[in-house]
Design a binder for this molecule. Structure first.
Ligand code: UDP
Ligand code: MG
Length: 310
């Protein structure tokens, strides 16, 4: 079975048309399917539209969030609820074309891959967005060492095993290919068509795009360089403690052997402070490391709240 996962936030004008085109494609594939709409806290008539199309089709599932948790959380929920062996994600605004799905599934199977990512080689977006995304893609390739062209494209086809236990938060859906590459899954890409938004407006503003950028830094450090606070604090603390300790020892030795004065020397007090600071840095690092472990050790942490599943 194939599960289609569609995150949507205030897309009432797109749902009918998307459904129509998607079902055409799914029927032609002759495979069993389910379509999961993740209603990410829509405040327009999206949910009502979803209930309408569900009336005529048993294979539709709706997961309704309590509020808007963001596209990443919605995709995450899709992974959690999907039951098919293959999962395809796509946007609700018809920028992605459902007709690409069969080819992507075929590639997944033929080449025995775990993930096939869409590559919008001819993007239909605003100029500033294309420039920004080109810059972000270059940075990502350098920071993460993962090399697909277009990680912003949410049209992707996954094998179910590959997305099990993925920890996603913030705007991290863009970095799923990088996360999976590090985990040893086989990731490849496939050129897909890209249309202009069918109706409505983009849900991404500057704030969201900046957040996505900082998440890239977090992803890169955590995953690729296995960011460990104790290492950074430890090295810094170790240097401080060592320098401070050596200077203090030298000054004390000078006093004991040559009877030099200690009280009026700023160097003495500052090196003692340095040594103490160093020790505190090291312990802070250990504490931070323990917190990080506890945080990531919690299983079943969810970054979304579900109000209803239909
Ligand atoms: N989306 C969502 N939650 C959000 C923002 C967006 O589920 O908080 C959905 C949105 O409805 C669409 C997809 O994510 O189906 C992509 O969003 P959009 O088209 O606004 O992004 P763009 O194509 O402009 O990058
Ligand atoms: Mg869009």
């Amino acid at each position: 079975m194939i599960s289609i996962v569609i995150p949507l936030y205030n897309e009432e004008e797109n749902i009918q048309e998307l459904y129509r085109r998607l079902i055409d494609v799914l029927d032609s594939m002759r495979e069993s399917y389910e379509v999961l709409f993740i209603d990410d806290g829509s405040t327009d008539g999206s949910y009502a539209r979803l209930l309408e199309i569900k009336k005529n089709n048993e294979s539709i599932k709706i997961v309704k969030f309590r509020r808007n948790f963001g596209q990443t959380a919605a995709i995450h929920a899709g992974f959690d609820y999907a039951q098919g062996e293959i999962i395809a994600t796509l946007d609700a605004d018809l920028q992605n074309d459902p007709q690409d799905i069969p080819d992507m599934v075929k590639k997944l199977n033929d080449l025995d891959l775990d993930v096939v990512c869409g590559w919008r080689y001819q993007r239909q977006d605003k100029f500033h967005k294309k420039i920004l995304s080109r810059f972000a893609n270059g940075l990502r390739r350098n920071l993460t060492g993962e090399s697909i062209h277009d990680s912003g494209c949410t049209l992707r086809v996954y094998r179910k095993e590959s997305v099990r236990d993925l920890d996603l938060y913030g705007e991290m859906h863009r970095y799923i290919p990088a996360l999976l590459t590090w985990r040893g899954f086989k990731v490849d890409e496939h050129k897909v068509v890209h249309h202009e938004r069918y109706r409505g407006q983009t849900k991404y503003n500057w704030r969201r795009l900046t957040r996505g950028f900082f998440d890239l830094v977090v992803v890169a450090f955590w995953q690729r360089y296995s960011f460990r606070p104790v290492h950074i604090f430890g090295i810094l603390g170790g240097i401080l403690a060592a320098v401070g300790g050596i200077v203090v020892t030298y000054l004390v030795a000078e006093k004991m052997i040559f009877g030099a004065q200690l009280a009026d020397r700023p160097l003495f007090i500052s090196s003692i402070l340095m040594a103490i600071m160093g020790v505190q840095f090291i312990t802070t690092g250990i504490l931070a490391d323990i917190m990080v472990k506890i945080y990531y050790g919690q299983n079943g942490r969810k970054n979304y709240l579900v109000e209803r599943v239909v």
